[in-house]
Write a protein that binds this ligand. Structure first.
Ligand code: IMP
Length: 423
């Protein structure tokens, strides 16, 4: 049996979709267990190119059954559109997709509140994706959420919605926005739920049985470790637990059942949204990374901030999630660089300091300590064996391993499924 989790090790957008797509060939179950449509995985395969936001990316594998478990928050409109996109591409979802009725629903007021909080923060805004993620999780933990379970009964849904609107509309009105009408929301949500009903079934018994039968489970982490609500660069984070232990709350599977924890890292670093980023580049090297790496967000299209590889961060990610292996993506993006830097640690006020000891303000002031390596300046695109990499590229990967203290098990050398080195 193999129970694997794939985790983003930076600030999201590490290329998890491709690694998941690759690993899902062997999976019996592929599972999304946290976050919502703030996540975006691009999957390119023989069916085409798919921006995936909610349905597990591994769904394309013939035998894999997809589960969206209780930790995930759902925007019904997005889910219905994603189901339609897959069906149009010929992916049969009947008996292949299971959605937990425990999932909380993103309501129209969550998206409005997301925008209003961001506007109120002004320059200190988090730079959210605007999908209502913070407010839906806030309602979840303060016992004000509405779940798919509630939508199974029109009466139950309407009663809960009325209570929420009695509070939310007051806030919305006070902040100068148009209030929401109960009838409009009911009409939309009653229509949408019908479209997902064929897939609503608690995946918990299915997954427990799968563990018993020693099936292969693949958990698809969203976002990145430094967006984790507790361990990320708070408040420039997302609302869910990104660390591997999140599978317990998010799906009811004990974390100790994990056999493989694969941390996905870009060969450099990117971030969308605000918050500290010690190795960020503001010069032509940063521009080159953005251009060569096509660094624009899958979910929002925003240009991503780019910088050097930060080993201090990845060491923390590997420790706190118990990585058994690392997948380095986009190595080929570095092909044209003469010199490549790796951040090996930080100093703050002249003293060595670790990531875990700092908050976002301190991290914003921390100075990276760099080790400079020579670039290979030879194309690596599409290379599929480690031996065939230029010597300097091998040296770069080995230095990353040394710095992180974890084996690099996969190296991605291009966007296609087969452009990968397995070590
Ligand atoms: P939210 O998750 O929309 O509330 O956004 C909070 C922060 O997390 C913002 O900086 C977003 O840009 C960032 N974020 C959330 N999900 C992702 C992701 O999947 N990739 C990259 N950034 C993300």
């Amino acid at each position: 049996m193999n129970t694997t989790i794939v985790i983003g090790s930076q600030w999201g957008d590490e290329g998890k979709g491709k690694i998941i797509d690759f690993l899902s060939e062997k999976a019996d179950y592929v599972i999304r267990f946290h976050g919502g449509n703030n996540a975006g995985h691009t999957v390119i395969n023989s069916f085409g190119k798919f921006p995936m936001h909610l349905i597990p990316s591994g769904i394309f594998s013939k035998k894999a059954v997809g589960c969206i478990t209780n930790g995930t928050v759902i925007d019904l409109e997005v889910l219905v559109a994603e189901i339609a996109m897959l069906e149009k591409a010929g992916i049969q979802l009947k008996d292949k997709l299971f959605i937990s009725p425990r999932c909380h629903l993103i309501m129209p007021y969550h998206k409005i509140l997301d925008r209003l909080y961001e506007a109120a923060k002004g320059k200190a805004a988090t730079g959210t994706t605007g999908r209502g993620i913070g407010p839906v999780y806030a309602d979840k933990v303060s016992y004000n959420g509405i779940r798919i379970f509630d939508l199974l009964s029109k009466k139950q849904f309407s009663e809960k919605l009325a209570i929420q609107l009695s509070v939310k509309n007051k806030i919305i009105k006070a902040l100068g926005e148009m209030t929401l009408q109960q009838k409009d929301i009911e009409k939309t949500y009653f229509k949408l739920i019908k479209k997902i009903m064929p897939y609503v079934k608690e995946p918990y018994p299915l997954l427990q049985k799968a563990l018993e039968k020693k099936k292969n489970l693949l958990f698809e982490g969203a976002h990145g470790v430094f967006l984790d609500n507790d361990w990320g660069t708070y408040p420039f984070v997302t609302a869910s637990t990104v660390l591997s232990g999140g599978i317990t709350g998010g799906s009811g599977i004990p974390a100790q059942k994990l056999t493989d924890v694969i941390g996905v890292v870009k060969a450099y670093t990117t971030r969308v949204g605000a918050g500290p980023f010690p190795t960020e580049l503001f010069d032509e090297d940063g521009e080159l990374l953005r251009k060569e790496g096509a660094e624009f967000g899958t979910t929002t299209g925003r240009p991503r901030r780019c910088g050097w590889f930060d080993a201090e961060l990845i060491r923390f990610a590997a420790q706190s999630s118990g990585y058994t292996g690392v997948a380095v993506t986009k190595l080929d993006v570095l092909d044209s660089f003469e010199k490549i830097k790796i951040c090996t640690g930080y100093t703050l006020n002249g003293k060595k300091v670790g990531y875990a000891e700092m908050d976002a303000v301190m991290l914003g002031r921390a100075k990276p300590v760099y080790k400079t390596l020579k670039g290979w300046q030879t194309p690596t695109k599409g290379i599929t064996s480690f031996e065939k990499l230029p010597e300097k590229a091998k040296a770069y990967v080995k230095e990353l391993e040394k710095q992180i203290g974890t084996k690099v098990s996969y190296i991605s050398t291009g966007p296609k499924r087969e452009e990968i080195i397995v070590r």
